[in-house]
Design a protein around this ligand. Structure first.
Ligand SMILES: [Zn+2]
Length: 115
């Protein structure tokens, strides 16, 4: 099974009972209680006997177009123009901090602004 986000504990329960053996998730879900509540049935490596919850390795479908958007050519005056990649900016900013750090920064900003 391929899912967009690491399953929550309720979805994990249904996945386990359905007999699915491998789940590939694209995005982590740090707040999921699936691992804590179903640790007897779920594991995160390919050597275990339980249902394997493994991170998807590759470019997520939703990010594929964003990632490679600049590599294509632009259309100008009815003709395609080759893009100079050295002059292009990234299609989107890559977030390098974990989401918890971003949540703290957002809350700090809200508090500073009295919101
Ligand atoms: Zn769920």
């Amino acid at each position: 099974m391929y899912v967009t986000t690491y399953p929550c504990h309720n979805c994990a329960k249904h996945i386990i009972s359905s007999g699915i053996k491998k789940v590939f998730y694209i995005e982590p879900y740090e707040k999921s209680l699936a691992t804590a509540l179903h640790d007897d049935s779920i594991c995160g490596n390919i050597d275990c006997k339980g249902v394997q919850f493994l991170p998807f390795e590759g470019v997520a479908p939703s990010q594929y177009q964003n990632r490679f958007r600049c590599v294509t050519t632009k259309k100008a005056a009815g003709k395609f123009v080759k893009i100079n990649l050295a002059e292009e900016t990234a299609a989107y900013a890559q977030l390098l901090d974990c989401f918890v750090d971003y949540e703290v920064k957002i809350v700090d900003t809200l508090v500073e602004n009295g919101l």
